[in-house]
Design a protein around this ligand. Sequence first.
Ligand SMILES: Cc1cc2nc3c(=O)[nH]c(=O)nc-3n(C[C@H](O)[C@H](O)[C@H](O)COP(=O)(O)OP(=O)(O)OC[C@H]3O[C@@H](n4cnc5c(N)ncnc54)[C@H](O)[C@@H]3O)c2cc1C
Length: 336
Amino acid sequence: MHRTGSQDNRPAEAARIVRAVAALGRSHPDRILPDIPLSTVTALRIGGPALGLIWLRNSVDAQQFLEIARDAEIPAVCLGGGSNVLADDRGFCGLVGVMADEALEIRGDTVRAAAGIPLDRLVVESLQAGLTGLEFASGIPGSLGGALVGNAGCYGHEIGEFLREATVLREDGRIDTVGPEAFGFAYRQTAFKESRDLILGAVLSLQRGDLAAALAERADHLASRHAKHPVELPCAGSWFKNLPPAEPGGRRQPAGALLEAVGAKSMRIGDAGVFSGHANIIVNLGRARSVDVLALAAQMRAAVLDRYGVRLEAEVRHLSWLAAPPWPGDPWAFRG
Ligand SMILES: Cc1cc2nc3c(=O)[nH]c(=O)nc-3n(C[C@H](O)[C@H](O)[C@H](O)COP(=O)(O)OP(=O)(O)OC[C@H]3O[C@@H](n4cnc5c(N)ncnc54)[C@H](O)[C@@H]3O)c2cc1C
């Protein structure tokens, strides 16, 4: 049952959730880890504690995670590699499940992988099996599940092109197998971004192509990432989405070009700064807080709006401390 709520009952609701998670922690001491800082499971290395954190090692873990949350009306959110998320300084008032199932089976041209497998490991293992296609994704951090949910892409390709089917755990506990049409793949967008369903795994179709060319492409992409992306500093990739093409069928216009033109590279708030090598990347220079990052992103966005009249849309998602009403509500303060 979802209660209706207003801003006024937030403290009482938060107190109820804190009590409910504490009780669950006592009844599942081996499963629910209390007060783990989200800075330890997100690439930006920012974020206070989740009330409870659960490693989802297989589909049974994932089912139990959603069931526990549903029964106790506790907000629950799933992370993969945490590479496209800003966690709040206050943490998360609920349960965070981290996809940790990395199972992989390659047969013929078919790759069957669990959602928690790191995307780059999937690229490497497919190439080692003689399969090409995924080399475009070389060096993209995060998990296969996160990549599918956000339709991760670069260098003219997106992961959605390779999906044959996915295993999905519905919010109500059912497990379904769905085809690519259920995702509605678009630029950094799928239907699963808006749902609370979990992706448990996927089957990808690759091909026996020119392996030498694929390996050379991988090496190029890794070198280019090394040169253009922060190697030492924590970040969440591009903060804003690129802009639609100027004409139909054209290329997307990089948000970074507009940000560079408005001087974003010299912007900094607290320890949140814009990366010197790429105006669309926010880096954690040491002890950045989520409020610093949000203020910096707002400043970058305002500068582009002011100069060009263009509204940039965030790609990185902000996981807020308390889910929005109606309870248990939507945990994402904004969804990229
Ligand atoms: C240095 C750097 C470079 C990057 N370069 C690129 C790039 O070139 N192209 C690109 O597209 N992205 C890029 N990114 C962003 C990021 O790596 C991708 O978006 C990645 O696919 C996110 O995967 P994740 O597992 O980390 O997802 P998370 O950040 O953990 O989660 C992202 C969203 O997906 C949801 N989610 C994650 N796993 C599941 C699941 N199994 N079931 C249901 N929901 C799930 C989460 O709830 C959240 O809403 C980059 C990031 C960094 C840090």
